[in-house]
Design a protein around this ligand. Structure first.
Ligand code: F6R
Length: 367
């Protein structure tokens, strides 16, 4: 079943050009300039009148939710909150029938997410599901939804399910922005083309970056700690990169918004600490370059995800992983790929069971 791959995790990472395409297929038509998302049509009136959107999820799916927040806020000019399901279910949150809840779950069986949704439903909220497993408990409790179509995910750490979740959130935000009239039509079309180009760009990363990433993995495999930093749409990717590393390699890692570093984490920086920057070419680029200089000045080891053709960071970093240029709105679908591979190869270098990390289960059906 693993085909030519040593592990399911590597197979699933490599499936992403196809799985992202599968989550866009039949929904995105860049040529004609439209998105079809029948689940969204089903609750269109609710969405038009919604006062806010609340995204509920756990773990990696929660990271996808954070990207969803940035997308929906920017494109749809709508209030969005992103909640850890375990907190949301217990703290007696204020929920009204004008709220639309987006539930994100690969398995569709995460207990905390399911109960959070049951509670919200009792209070009249409308629920939209972004779920991978068809017919799962979470899929069944939703009022409408869009399946991620990533196929079965066997590796315990979520990889292809995450990029499928982000791809569906892109479609959702763009379609809703069009309905609400909050996106310029030319920009809308540009983003559809950007999104359509993602699968081939992911394939390029997988074809060209593996050797560089393996070298980085060998170099830093003995580190005790890692810091992951990013800004904007790449901040959730920093969190996700750190989570993948923790799960797969048992190395302690923290993700932060890059500028937050000065408010505490910078105290950790010494000549032993690898700091992974997601430093792709976007509106934050100049700011992140100055964050990199601050780490350099404290002798931290900088590893960076950079955009193809951008040499700014090369002299400041010990090593770089390159991703194709892309609009910052779709960029997280690219910048997460090298971080998945980095966690995978460090795990392999450390001789660990990357498909079944200790203490973890594929779906968390107990609270
Ligand atoms: C991380 C991971 C977990 C899940 C979380 C939610 O690699 O897999 O953090 O993302 O347990 O699971 P789902 O998406 O099935 O609700």
């Amino acid at each position: 079943e693993k085909g030519n791959f040593d592990h399911f995790m590597l197979k699933e990472i490599n499936e992403q050009p196809k799985t992202i395409l599968d989550s866009l297929r039949g929904r995105l038509n860049a040529e004609q300039g439209y998105i079809t998302l029948s689940g969204l049509d089903k609750i269109e009136e609710k969405l038009r009148q919604a006062h806010r959107i609340v995204i509920v999820a756990c773990g990696t799916s929660w990271h996808a939710g954070l990207i969803g927040e940035y997308l929906i806020e920017e494109l749809c000019r709508l209030n969005v909150e992103v909640e850890y399901a375990s907190e949301f279910r217990y703290r007696n949150p204020i929920i009204s029938p004008q709220d639309v809840i987006i539930a994100i779950s690969q398995s569709g069986e995460t207990a905390d997410t399911l109960v959070a949704l049951e509670n919200a439903k009792k209070q009249g909220a409308t629920i939209f599901g972004i779920v991978n497993v068809v017919g799962s408990s979470i899929a069944r409790i939703t009022d409408a939804g869009a399946y991620t179509h990533a196929g079965p995910e066997i590796g315990v750490a979520s990889t292809k399910a995450f990029t499928a979740q982000v791809a569906v959130l892109q479609l959702f935000a763009l379609k809703l922005a069009q309905l609400r009239g909050t996106v310029d039509p030319a920009f809308f079309r540009q983003l559809l083309h950007e999104l359509e180009a993602v699968p081939a760009k992911v394939a390029w990363i997988l074809d060209t970056q593996v050797e560089a990433i393996r070298t980085i993995a060998r170099r830093y495999k003995e580190a005790d700690n890692f810091l992951y930093l990013g800004r904007g749409y790449n901040f959730p990717i920093a969190l996700e990169g750190a989570l993948k590393l923790k799960e797969i390699t048992y190395i302690h890692a923290e993700g932060y918004p890059a500028a937050e570093m000065k408010h505490g984490p910078i105290a950790l920086v010494d000549e032993k600490l690898p700091v992974v920057f997601v430093a792709t070419k976007d509106v934050y680029h100049e700011k992140i370059v100055s964050n990199i200089q601050e780490i350099n000045a404290r002798k931290g080891k900088v590893v960076a995800v950079v955009s193809e053709g951008d040499e700014t960071v090369n002299d400041l970093a010990e090593a770089v992983m390159v991703v194709p240029q892309a609009h910052e709105i779709v960029a997280p679908l690219l910048s997460v790929i090298p971080l998945q591979l980095l966690a995978y190869y460090i795990g392999v270098e450390r001789g660990l069971d990357v498909d079944k990390p200790r203490n973890l289960a594929k779906s968390v059906t107990v609270e």
